[in-house]
Write a protein that binds this ligand. Structure first.
Ligand code: DGT
Ligand code: CA
Ligand code: CA
Length: 364
């Protein structure tokens, strides 16, 4: 097997950058995106901040009051509440651009994905570098969003590389460069090496990845257990054979209603289900989505939750398929149903864009 070519893409200061996209005037100001808790006032934490705010020491996870203190003197700083739905919308559009450029696409989270592009660049790192730049340009042109990309023969090094030069970075680590790249790095840049492992290794006088290579696998296994020891042994040598696994975002669409009366009668529920499916289907059409998984949800009279779902053979847009599958799930679920149902919902997931009709630019 020849070398693989893997990308790790990570959107820069994601939530805060979304806010800058919505309100470009924010670009020159420190921006903090806050998760306010329901205790009122400034209680809560910083989800993320743009790089201007980071210069003043603001970090993800920090209490909002700390961040305010750090930015006390900076009169133009802004603190905004999180708007997950909006970030998800941007994320989905960016992921759709990315997906088109991958042989295999693995969704990791709202602002992160792995791509296997080996076939389309024919294993060539020069071609890969052009492709990565093209992806960055498309995302910037269509969404005004910047991201950082790491390109390498495996997921582990691609992840380290995407974080190497941020924001707006592109770091290419071809197989020949791998060893030199790794040796200069601090041990903690290896994903999975936490504070405790790092401290222990520091005590043993190992500080860089180059130092760590002097340790044999037996010593590492003895010190950190077989699984972690072997992982570290391979990681410092840039070895990682994890495949990029096809995975779509777990985004789902759903509709739920409170029934006119609590019930576990099939006919009554099936009637409601027809309406639920119709409404959900309209949302899907409006958003240009196909689905591959159908589910139903009961909130029972004692307020406990029950769900059932099934995966279809192929993606579909068909209302009939949706209704047929939801109805079957309803039948199955009612077989051993004890409590009457109070709220009843239907959902679809494993979504994908209806091809040929998506037009990202119409949103802007
Ligand atoms: P960067 O370093 O330019 O990639 O910055 P971010 O903000 O994109 O950082 P990342 O990739 O670690 O996280 C992606 C998003 O996840 C981020 O925009 C907000 C959210 N997030 C990250 N850390 C925290 C946290 O500690 N608390 C909360 N509530 N959200 C977080
Ligand atoms: Ca990020
Ligand atoms: Ca991330």
């Amino acid at each position: 097997m020849g070398d693989r070519v893997i990308f790790h893409i990570d959107f820069d200061y994601f939530f805060a950058q979304c806010e800058e996209i919505r309100t470009p005037e924010l670009k020159s100001r420190p921006v903090c995106v806050c998760v306010f808790s329901n205790r009122g006032g400034d209680s809560g934490a910083i989800a993320t901040a743009n790089y201007i705010a980071r210069k003043f020491g603001v970090k993800s996870g920090m209490p909002i009051s700390f961040a305010k203190k750090r930015l006390e003197e900076i009169t133009n700083s802004v603190f905004l509440p999180v708007d997950f739905d909006y970030y998800l919308e941007i994320s989905e559009r960016a992921m759709n651009i990315i997906k088109k450029n991958a042989d295999v696409f693995e969704y990791v989270g709202k602002d992160e994905a792995y791509l296997d592009v080996t076939d389309r660049v024919r294993g060539d790192f020069n071609r890969a570098s052009h492709l990565a730049q093209q992806i960055k340009n498309s995302i910037r042109d269509e969404l005004k969003l910047s991201c950082s990309i790491g390109v390498s023969p495996n997921k582990l090094i691609a992840k380290i590389a995407s974080d190497f030069k941020k924001p707006d970075g592109l770091t290419i680590i071809s197989p020949e460069k791998l060893e030199e790249f790794l040796e200069r790095l601090k041990i903690r840049t290896i994903p999975g090496i936490g504070k405790k492992t790092e401290e222990r290794l520091m005590q043993m006088n190992f500080e860089t990845i180059k130092d760590l290579k002097k340790l044999d696998v037996f010593t590492l296994n003895k010190e950190f257990g077989r699984k972690n020891g072997t992982y570290i042994f391979n990681a410092v040598r840039g070895i990682d054979n994890e495949p990029v696994k096809e995975r779509e975002s777990s985004i789902q669409y759903s509709k739920i209603i409170t029934l006119k009366k609590d019930s576990k009668d099939f006919e009554f529920l099936a009637e409601n289900l027809v309406q639920l499916c119709k409404e959900l289907h309209e949302v899907l059409q409006k958003n240009n989505k196909m689905f591959k998984s159908v589910g139903i949800q009961f909130i029972q009279s004692d307020l406990t939750n029950k769900t059932k779902s099934r995966t279809l053979k192929n993606h579909t847009v068909s209302l009939e398929e949706l209704q047929k599958n939801a109805e079957q799930l309803l039948k199955d679920a009612l077989e051993d149903q004890k409590n009457p149902i109070r709220r009843f919902g239907v959902k679809v997931s494993e979504l994908s864009e209806i091809r040929g009709q998506s037009d990202i630019t119409r949103y802007f």
